[in-house]
Design a protein around this ligand. Sequence first.
Ligand code: FAD
Length: 416
Amino acid sequence: MSEMKSVVVVGAGQAGATLVQRLRELGYEGALTLIGAEPYLPYQRPPLSKAYLLGDMDLDGLTLRPQSFYDEQQISLKLGSPVTAIDASQQTVTLDGKTIAYDHLVLATGGDAACLAADMGGNLDGIYAIRGIADINRLEPQIVAGRKVLIVGGGYIGLEAAAVCAKRGLDVSLVVASERILRRVAAPQTADYFRALHESHGVRIIEGAQSVHLLGDQDSGKAGHVCHARLGNGMALDFDFAICGIGLIPSIELAEMAGLTLENGIWTDEFSGTSDPHIWAAGDCASFPYRGGRIRLESVGNAIDQAKAVAGNIVASLNGTEKKPYLAKPWFWSDQYDVKFQIAGLNSGYDHVVKREGSDGATSLWYFKGDELLAVDAMNDGRAYMVGKRLIESGKSADQAIIADPDADLKQLMKR
Ligand code: FAD
């Protein structure tokens, strides 16, 4: 690494910030530029729908590293400056009308919150997304005790927003078009657990809506402001504002411009390299090979681990040493009321679930395909999560009778 090189990272989020730090830790001494569209120092997003929205955390708590860290590490941080173009043949990116040359470019551009289509009322005023700090700045003033909110979407973000709004004294309805909450990510038993939890806090959960059509109040002089929903199942609802948590659209515009292969986000190979040998991708925007298929993960754990893998492979490329494949070890968490929900593994392809009821309300669900343990959902059960995670990562199965026996010590599973 003697000759001066340039690494440019587009996207100053969880993956981008991890990547530049890791490059320095690995001894990369060349030019290093981290470019972010948002005007904030790189920050963590999970508290946006949890402690930050609740008012229990401030901006400093969100920030991953202070400005002094980037200064000391000689990382050129360009914030509030979206990259508007990539010229892959010249190996340059453009921002603020200037170009920066790269030897290696990383796309860590995350994604945007999906919205309802305009013909379903998605363009009305009074509909809020939860993806970035700017979204929370817009949403927060709406969260006033006694007001009525409609939350569209029953994934983690919708459920977390429902928990915060309920805790802050709002009248909360949550609606999902599909037959149940958490349909994409968890078994019916986990959905049952969270439905009951929310209903015990007064949240009205409406499943099987089929479709959600938002309408504005044309009569009150607030034309264009959402206040009413007509559901495909015939129900109608009135409310003061809406929060939309219906998923993420990976940011692929730059990748498209660079002519990269796209497949459920930016296609990457097992080393997290894209179809251009000088461009890499990490985090929410990147899909990668996993267990014979291809997945894209939207989680902090993946953003961090994949960014570290890319940093290692950039250094290997510069040094002419061997690159290492990125081996994802999926994990996730969510906080709702007093429940810490932790997930290890990915449940796709499961054929049955084993439930374990521990003490003090600890509950876990273990997903199997035949004898193979795929994933664990643990609600207030840190032990089940830890044991499950280790078993999944080491490719070991687990005795289902021990799991189902509330008196059995889970540690026994590790000895096999
Ligand atoms: P991001 O953190 O989104 O960063 C991407 C950055 O790239 C953004 O700042 C964006 O502005 C920037 N960018 C895009 N285009 C350009 C451009 N052209 N030029 C410059 N910059 C650009 N995960 C968990 O594991 N557990 C949780 O509990 C959890 N809760 C969450 C709650 C919320 C409300 C949200 C929104 C996410 C949550 N996640 C959670 C997911 C997790 O935050 C993401 O998976 C993670 O942030 C992905 O990191 P990333 O770097 O890929 O993307």
